[in-house]
Design a protein around this ligand. Sequence first.
Ligand code: DQA
Length: 147
Amino acid sequence: MSAILVLNGPNLNLLGLRQPEIYGHTTLADVEAMCVAHGEAHGHHVTCRQSNHEGALVDAIHAARGTFEGVLLNAGAYTHTSIALHDAIAGTQMPVVELHLSNIHAREPFRHKSMIAPVVIGMICGFGAPGYTLALDALFGHLGVTT
Ligand code: DQA
């Protein structure tokens, strides 16, 4: 059994309400329940956290070391700005899969750049809420714990 952290960043607590034409109608509670159930179905323990604060996300990545085998991260807008998140991932060497509900490359130019992309295993984007289970499967595969 592997322990996985699903970490969501700023404004993702508003899922379901926030621009549903872009992010869909699924709430964060729904997404988290789906991730926990998907983990259980594959014999893994998924813990979910969300913060609107960059430093809290950095702290969560630091704390993940030694507690979790891997992290699924939707860093929200900090994706495009945060050298601190880049450095936290690089510094802890945590295996991280980057996830976005929307296709960031099909949106405004400022969303095309991900500061964390160079230090993650890979990125899933554009598949909405089901992308979380795709990203978990990618993480299980990377960790060699596919059932
Ligand atoms: C997002 C994409 C980001 O550009 C945006 O700032 C978000 C959500 C996504 O899941 O599509 O907050 O990460």
